[in-house]
Design a protein. Structure first.
Length: 403
């Protein structure tokens, strides 16, 4: 089949491209940025640049539809938040290409950390004590605590607040309706990546981050699969409650004292766990292709724990960040911990994307602070902005096309 992979800057998009090609598919890739690792893979039959997915959503959708027809694409394979925009305008893709993305109302609930937290609580899934910043009450929450945006990703905008005076100063600069105050939990992060269909979790990998960048807590740079029935049950609970379909990724914080896992984030999309799953015995790429081809798949087999991946570019960032902060004890065992794990960007048969990803991450490490932060700089033009997609806009678009 002819498959178009979007969000090509993400290293798990690169993983998808390579796996699809090795399974015999003709693979095309696209992104809004030219410096996207997946666009330089030797396995591609073609590539193109589309407009920024939120800022120019109309042009983005038109570009995709035109290229799907022009390249005779059979299957659309979204990997990042461009899938959220595709979901918003899913009616325009029906009958033109096969694609599975979560329903847009599911995306809205899960992408928003406030509504996600409320949903989880209603399903008896543990979450840290959380409130809108405007409703913060010292009687309900102790310091330190976390202040974070409702709709960001990759730990963007998260601030640890130690005192009430610090909170008051910070609050003066923030919109209390778009910001959360949340109970502080030690950042021992457990992550998941799964694939669901019609409310059934078909496959799921659970992994813990050995390291994260920034080193104080953020995106996993080195990850190892594990088993945890409790976390598995929490993921299944949300999937079943929503009747969810598509990729779904979650972040939990493990409280050793309570022996409990607290849900702190849900991403209704793919994540770096894609290749962790593959090394651990679950082929999500093949599973997705089976789903779009036949509408359902049999459940995957079990996960082999202790397998995993690392991302060299982010590992370099972690290493020097730790070194410059003088946390030398944290460097102990750095290389030993990666033994037996797979680099999720390097492939001797397809080397160029590795250097593109390395350059892109190095560039945003230097210039990211001038673009709103490193992770924000890396994802410019690729993220979903819920405020830009009102119900009225989608309805007017649909009516215009029908007319």
């Amino acid at each position: 089949m002819r498959v178009l992979v979007t969000g090509a800057r993400m290293w798990y998009a690169l993983n998808s491209i390579r796996l699809l090609a090795r399974q015999g598919h003709e693979v095309f890739a696209a992104d809004s940025g030219k410096v996207s690792g997946g666009l330089y893979s030797r396995y591609l039959k073609g590539k193109f640049i589309y407009p920024p997915v939120s800022e120019k959503s109309d042009e983005f959708i038109e570009c995709l539809l035109k290229k799907i027809e022009e390249l005779k694409i059979d299957v659309l394979f979204p990997t990042f938040e461009e899938g959220f925009v595709i979901s918003r305008f899913m009616y325009r893709f029906e009958g033109r290409v096969r694609v599975i993305v979560p329903r847009h109302d599911h995306i809205q609930v899960l992408h928003d950390k406030w509504t996600m937290t409320q949903l989880a609580s209603s399903l008896s899934i543990p979450v840290p004590v959380t409130t809108l910043l405007k409703d913060f009450d010292t009687a309900r929450m102790n310091f330190p605590l976390i202040v974070k945006p409702r709709d960001q990703r990759s730990a963007e905008g998260i601030v640890k607040v130690q005192t009430l005076s610090q909170l008051k100063k910070l609050s003066a600069t923030l919109d209390g309706t778009k910001t959360l105050a949340q109970e502080w939990k030690t950042p021992h992060q457990i992550c998941t990546t799964g694939l669901a269909f019609n409310g059934k979790l078909k496959g799921n990998v659970i992994y813990h981050n050995i390291r994260e960048y920034p080193e104080s807590g953020g995106v996993g740079t080195c990850r190892v699969s594990m088993k945890c029935e409790k976390v598995e049950s929490y993921v299944s609970r949300i999937v079943e409650a929503l009747g969810y379909s598509g990729f779904i990724s979650m972040d939990f914080l493990y409280d050793r004292n309570e022996d409990e896992y607290y849900l702190v984030d849900v991403n209704p999309r793919m994540s770096p766990g894609l290749l962790v799953a593959h090394t651990s015995g679950i082929d999500f790429v093949r599973g997705y292709m089976d789903m779009v081809d036949g509408g359902d798949i049999k459940s995957f087999g079990g996960v082999v724990p202790g397998r995993g991946t690392y991302t060299t570019a982010m590992e370099i960032g972690w290493y020097f960040s730790t070194l410059f902060k003088g946390k030398f004890r944290n460097l102990k065992g750095f290389f030993k911990s990666r033994k037996g794990l797979k680099d999720d960007t390097w492939d001797i048969r397809d080397p160029i994307p590795f250097f593109i990803v390395l350059f892109a991450m190095a560039y945003t490490a230097v210039f990211g602070p001038f673009m709103g932060g490193q992770t924000k700089g890396f994802s410019l033009g690729a993220t979903y902005d819920s405020e830009k997609f009102s119900v009225e806009k989608a309805e007017s678009e649909k009516n215009r096309e029908v007319g």
